[in-house]
Write a protein that binds this ligand. Structure first.
Ligand SMILES: Cc1ncc(COP(=O)(O)O)c(C=O)c1O
Length: 394
């Protein structure tokens, strides 16, 4: 048989998905692994969708390729209200198969063999693999952990070469829970203009920040509008991960290229999910507020539990998203540690190495699950740690 493409062989199997697969063979695990909100689909969305199935005659068909026009109009209104930017819904928005679909179409449209792409690490793992799939070269520039995962501008500056094509920003961040300061975004905008780089943002968690911290979108910076592609999601905000719907916002000339890839790879985002997204956007947003309050409680809880394990973990408090990325105080590889937690404590976590070299020595914990599961996971980790200390006389 002839060989697979090098492009595909070069992609790593995602540890975010691999750990739950391993865990499916271990009975009675509790998960701090995948980022799945525990909530059900809000009742308002459910009811409207059931009604729509009865009354909207084309709900079973493909929509227009870039998405339902009415949904794109609502997205443009949302962006104007929250990010103070006027977007042309017809020409500058594409409804995608989740943010991941938007990122895929964007990265495949812009990146080609030999292009270098700056990734601020720890980075969301699909950003790394999608760049590799496009035959680009990820250039890892570590964030400064001690400063709460802020960018290191000297390091970014010195890693830019003639081949640098783009920088990818994940804000709020999966896996670190960091949220960029407005002044840092301004510096990124200035760098992109100075070196003629595309900026690709992943703003899947734009709604989710803690302690009243504000999230700023680069969409609100007019000076980079012509080089910015922003990817958003309905998955987490509305507990709709399985609906697979998100959107990309970019200037028309870039969108025309993105749409080619979108058409060839997707045809359109699922029409039924686009209606669900429309109902989500146009319903009163009380449920989003409730989700946020719950996530804030869970963030506070996981920090409290980490504080009780100060001899094992050191961490930066999450400011957004629902992940925390503690550093291990043991000389052990992150994958070995996650496997030990899985097999000895029956707790699923994601090894930090999945998120680039500077993720080594850390693990990613998701607090998207219920408080009782977070408590159970930490009870087990505490017991595991006590036994480990006894065994090795630590
Ligand atoms: C940073 C980030 N981007 C994208 C995604 C995928 O989102 P979607 O379900 O909209 O494809 C996730 C999911 O966990 C994520 O954490």
């Amino acid at each position: 048989m002839k060989d697979f493409s090098k492009r595909v062989k070069d992609i790593e199997v995602s540890l975010i998905r691999y750990m739950p697969v391993l865990a499916s063979k271990v009975p009675d695990t509790v998960s701090l692994g995948q980022g799945l909100p525990s909530f059900e689909l809000p009742e308002e969305i459910k009811e409207k969708l059931i009604e729509a199935l009865r009354t909207i005659k084309d709900i079973n068909k493909y929509s227009l390729e870039p998405g339902l026009p009415i949904l794109k109009e609502e997205v443009a209104k949302y962006l104007e209200k929250t990010k103070n930017v006027k977007i042309n819904p017809e020409k500058e928005i594409c409804i995608t198969k989740g943010a991941i679909g938007g990122l895929f179409c964007t990265i495949s449209s812009l990146i080609e063999k030999g292009d270098e792409v700056i990734l601020l690490t720890p980075a969301y793992e699909p950003h790394i693999e999608q760049v590799k799939f496009a035959e680009g070269k990820p250039i890892f520039v570590p964030l400064i952990e001690k400063l709460g995962w802020r960018p290191n501008f000297d390091a970014i500056d010195s890693s830019i070469t003639k081949k640098t094509k783009a920088i990818i920003i994940c804000d709020p961040s999966n896996p670190t829970g960091g949220v960029f300061e407005k002044e840092d975004l301004k510096k990124i905008a200035d760098l992109a203009n100075k070196f003629d780089l595309f900026i690709i943002t992943d703003e899947t968690y734009d709604f989710l920040t803690y302690d009243e911290k504000e999230h700023f979108s680069l969409l609100s910076f007019p000076e980079v509008r012509d080089r910015l592609i922003a990817c958003f999601s309905f998955s987490k905000k509305y507990a709709m991960t399985g609906f697979r719907v998100g959107y990309v916002v970019s200037p028309e000339n870039i969108m025309n290229q993105i749409l080619k890839v979108h058409d060839e790879s997707t045809i359109c985002a699922p029409t039924i999910s686009q209606y669900a997204a429309l109902f989500a956007l146009t319903s009163p947003q009380n449920f989003v507020q409730k989700f946020k309050e719950e996530f804030q409680k869970r963030r506070d809880l996981i920090c409290q539990r980490l504080d009780q394990l100060k001899d094992l973990f050191e961490y930066q408090k999450s400011k957004g998203a629902y992940y925390i990325f503690p550093k291990l105080k043991l000389p052990i590889k992150s994958k070995d540690f996650s496997l030990k937690l899985l097999y000895k404590a029956k707790v699923i976590t994601i090894p930090g190495i999945a998120f680039g070299p500077s993720g080594e020595g850390h693990i990613r914990l998701s607090f998207a699950g219920k408080e009782k599961d977070i408590n159970e996971a930490f009870n087990r980790i505490e017991e595991f740690w006590i036994n480990l200390k006894k065994t090795f006389k630590l």
